[in-house]
Design a protein around this ligand. Structure first.
Ligand SMILES: *Cc1c(COP(=O)(O)O)cnc(C)c1O
Length: 404
């Protein structure tokens, strides 16, 4: 590493809160699936900023929409209308088949907004006694970092020493419909769940789980809230991961790729009267629904569809998964994934996933470890067959080494 790179890293360490432990690479440029560091080394981005850059780095059409809008109008607040919000609503509703939209900024804000909305729906529509609403969530969930959300995390790192927390959440195992059935009471207003648990290490529930969940939510009059912030917008090879399960959520949360990585944009989508319970003054956000965000999100959704990225995610995801499964290495315990949301789980004896990610960096691939023994792989959805094969060669080289 050159002295300038060490300076960047040292300066971050000196002034920044140490709430991340990044791999030792300083990036300065990106294009499509590639990123470059300050020394000119090129890497295939197999993280895509946790799926926010699904459309590829610096997509020219999203960039053009952003620059054009930034010249005209960036922020009005919702005290006034703007000429982008209605078009954003129309287009996201048409794309996802939703009836109502609440625009926010970060993913965590979309989750918080959904929690507030389903509680309000519970009191005003379902008739739950005030202050008694219960929301069921899953163990090993990841829904963001606000106080409300980390209070129902089961990961000690995520919630430790941040309490006290808001009550009203019940935690059940993921993928266990019988546990959901048992946890439901007359005061349950919603079940909040990820279609595939991303941060937990790409955990795919058993077949038949979500149809059963859908049935239980309908039968007990509670809202099924699917957090598709990571799985949505093509990542799993379909527009929404719920389509693999043949179900429809009552409330769907989108974020991350909704802006193609240019700007934080999130949304709560609903198919019923949940969002209708919010009246003027009861919820809001200074930046939520601003014209710059709307113009960027409109372009991000448009290129996803026009450029066939969702179909490509299905095709290249299958190729990547097969290729990973073909690697004969004692280090690998399991390979799993759907579309371009993939993970390699290592045997605990093989050493920490972090060491493999650092070795991959040396081969021109940036990937991220999660939970000690899992390497997650989520390249931009524009990846080509040749690039998948190029990556597979490098994964094969690294995974057949021993870093224990
Ligand atoms: C990333 C993520 C969030 C939080 O999004 P932020 O924009 O980081 O607040 C919530 N839910 C899921 C499933 C995520 O992957």
């Amino acid at each position: 590493m050159s002295s300038s790179v060490i300076d960047f890293i040292a300066t971050e360490a000196r002034f920044g809160a140490h709430n991340y432990a990044p791999i030792g690479v300083v990036l300065s440029r990106g294009e499509g699936v590639w990123v470059w560091d300050t020394e000119g080394n090129r890497y295939l981005d197999c993280l895509s900023a946790y799926s926010a850059v699904s459309q590829g780095h610096c997509h020219p059409k999203i960039l053009a929409a952003m620059v054009e809008q930034a010249h005209r109008l960036t922020l009005t607040s919702r005290a006034f209308h703007n000429d982008q919000l209605a078009l954003f609503y129309e287009e996201i509703a048409a794309l996802t088949g939703s009836h109502k939209v609440l625009p926010m900024n970060s993913g965590a804000e979309a989750v918080e907004s959904a929690i507030k909305s389903v509680r309000k729906w519970g009191y005003e529509v379902k008739g739950v006694p005030d202050g008694q609403a219960e929301i069921i969530v899953c163990a090993n969930n990841f829904h963001g970092r606000t106080l409300g959300i980390v209070g129902f995390s089961t990961d000690a790192e995520t919630h430790g020493h941040f309490g006290p927390f808001a009550p009203g959440f019940k935690i059940i195992p993921f993928g266990d419909a019988a546990a959901l059935e048992q946890a439901i009471t007359p005061n349950t207003v919603a079940f909040l769940v990820e279609p595939i648990q991303g941060e937990a290490g790409v955990v795919i529930p058993p077949a038949g789980y979500f149809p059963k969940v859908r049935e239980l939510c309908t039968a007990n009059n509670l809202m099924l809230v699917l957090d598709e912030i990571q799985t949505g917008l093509g990542r799993t090879g379909k527009l929404l991961a719920e389509q693999h399960e043949g179900i429809e959520a009552d409330v769907t949360l989108l974020g991350k790729a909704l802006s193609g990585g240019f700007y934080p944009v999130s949304a709560v989508l609903s198919n019923n009267d949940v969002l209708g319970t919010l009246k003027p003054g009861q919820h809001g956000s200074t930046f939520g629904g601003n014209p710059l965000a709307c113009a960027i999100a409109r372009a991000a959704m448009r290129v996803l569809v026009e450029e066939g990225m969702i179909e490509n995610a299905a095709r290249q995801g299958a190729r990547f998964l097969e290729g990973l499964k073909d690697i004969r290495a004692n280090t690998i315990r399991e390979v799993r994934g759907r579309g371009l949301m993939l993970a390699v789980e290592l045997h605990p004896e093989a050493g920490r996933a972090r060491h493999y990610c650092e070795a991959l960096q040396g081969k021109g691939i940036l990937a991220k470890d999660t939970h000690e023994h899992t390497i997650r792989i989520a390249p931009p959805l524009v990846i080509t067959s040749d690039q998948v094969d190029w990556a597979l060669e490098r994964f094969a080289t690294i995974l057949t080494q021993d870093f224990s």
